[in-house]
Design a protein around this ligand. Structure first.
Ligand code: SF4
Length: 428
């Protein structure tokens, strides 16, 4: 007769208090309140709905002790690598490099999901938890041998991959579909935000863009927005207090009727109780465009400034060179791009709680005027370095890490008088 397998020893810390603010540190900082289950070989984190949110392997088989797998509310696994540290912070503004299972425009990093230990953990975490439950033998220390701990394991196993997939689908149903791209500024909250769709589509339908849809720009009604908020509150449920930020979708929320925009921010903060979050401060993230920024009166920013929290508006400027704009099929005038850039600088100077950031494209095959026109804006038009108004460079090609692009980026970053980083496209 076979002897039973030795029990897997676990420790469990329920409702562990993580950091109460998002801070950029060279080691992982986990925010909010979560539970941690730790075995000899693995660490698992769960949110307040008992859903898995992070996992990593311990020991030498794992890339680095600071590297983690994170599961998003869109039910994607993202591998946070250190990228070897050198240059990652300068390039991304963060001490980690996110790696995805879907195509994106990152010019850094490798393919961690091809590694057996990463693939095994992201694919088999549920089986591992079941194995632990079967063989469980909590240590005899007072904090780890109670029925409460056994119940916890049963509860987290109930949140199976199928259930988590359904919850992500429910989220997409509430907001009207999956979000193909989040603003780069969402990195300030580690992309932990609650999405609320206030309008759909965009103005320009640029030829180069891989994240657009075919919808004409359309606003949603207040009733629809309020209904989404009520449903989101129910969906996020016990884990709602771990969120302090809102994302107003879709591709150009700044183009929405300004009263609707203000209502969405105000109502979002109130209904989702973002000011009572376990994580200090609250933020609203949205996209704008050249047209929506130039059409927005100063009063809108004055009113946004009166609302709680910070507002980050990310503009897709792409290029200030007409030949490049024509080349990529963005139907706007270079002079309007220049005007929008200067307007964004003025708003950043005037309103302490509003930051307008901008994206420019990078590619190996762009007209010669592209980079010189950008430098006229981000270097020559500014006398001093500025702390606000980040410029993001977004590589056009997907799934092609490139030393040449990185070299180009570093050359621009050195002379830029604005914070300058890469835009790694991330969906929700
Ligand atoms: S870049 Fe922006 S405006 Fe152009 S198609 Fe994409 S989402 Fe629309």
């Amino acid at each position: 007769m076979n002897s039973p397998a030795p029990p897997i020893i676990c420790t469990l810390a329920q409702h562990k208090k993580g950091s109460s603010s998002y801070t950029k540190m060279s080691y992982p900082v986990h925010c909010g309140i979560y539970s941690e289950l730790s075995t000899r070989d693995f660490v698992f984190h769960f949110n307040l709905n008992n859903e898995i949110i992070r996992a990593k392997r311990k020991g030498g088989d794992w890339g680095h002790p600071h590297e983690w797998l994170k599961r998003t509310i869109g039910n994607d696994w993202v591998y946070y690598s250190t990228g070897g540290y050198t240059g990652v912070f300068e390039a991304t503004g963060e001490y980690y490099l996110p790696n995805f299972r879907y195509p994106t425009n990152s010019i850094l990093g490798g393919h961690p999901f091809r590694l057996k230990e990463v693939k095994d953990l992201s694919d088999n975490w549920h089986f591992l938890l079941q194995t632990i439950e079967e063989s469980i033998s909590f240590s005899t220390r007072q904090d780890s041998t109670t029925d409460r701990q056994r119940t916890f394991l049963k509860n987290v196993i109930e949140q199976s991959p199928e259930i988590l997939k359904k919850r992500a689908k429910k989220l997409f149903d509430i907001i009207g579909g999956r979000i193909s791209v989040l603003p780069p500024d969402a990195r300030h909250v580690d992309y932990n935000l609650i999405p609320l769709t206030i309008s759909r589509g965009c103005l320009y339908k640029c030829r180069f863009c891989k994240v657009k849809n075919n919808l004409p720009f359309t606003e949603l009604s207040r009733a629809d927005i309020n209904s989404q908020l009520e449903q989101l509150k129910l969906l996020f449920d016990q884990d709602l207090p771990n969120y302090n930020s809102l994302y107003l979708g879709e591709h150009d929320a700044l183009l929405s009727n300004h009263q609707l925009l203000l209502h969405s921010v105000e109502q979002g903060i109130e209904t989702l109780e973002l000011q009572n979050s376990n994580v200090h401060g609250n933020n609203t993230f949205l996209f704008g465009s050249v047209g929506s920024l130039l059409g927005a009166p100063t009063e809108l920013f004055q009113q946004l400034e009166q609302l709680p929290g910070k507002v980050y508006i990310n503009l897709g400027l792409e290029s200030a060179d007409q030949e490049t704009l024509d080349h990529i099929g963005k139907p706007i005038k270079a002079r309007d791009v220049v005007e929008a850039f200067h307007r964004s600088q003025e708003i950043n100077r005037t309103f302490a709680s509003i930051e307008i950031t901008a994206n420019f494209i990078m590619d190996g095959d762009l007209p010669t005027g592209h980079y010189p026109r950008i430098l006229e804006l981000i270097r020559d038009s500014l006398v001093h370095k500025k702390p606000k108004g980040t410029i993001y460079f977004s590589p056009l090609t997907f799934d092609q890490p490139s030393r040449a692009r990185l070299f180009e980026f570093n050359k621009i970053k050195i002379v830029s008088r604005l914070p300058t980083h890469l835009y790694i496209i991330q969906r929700l």
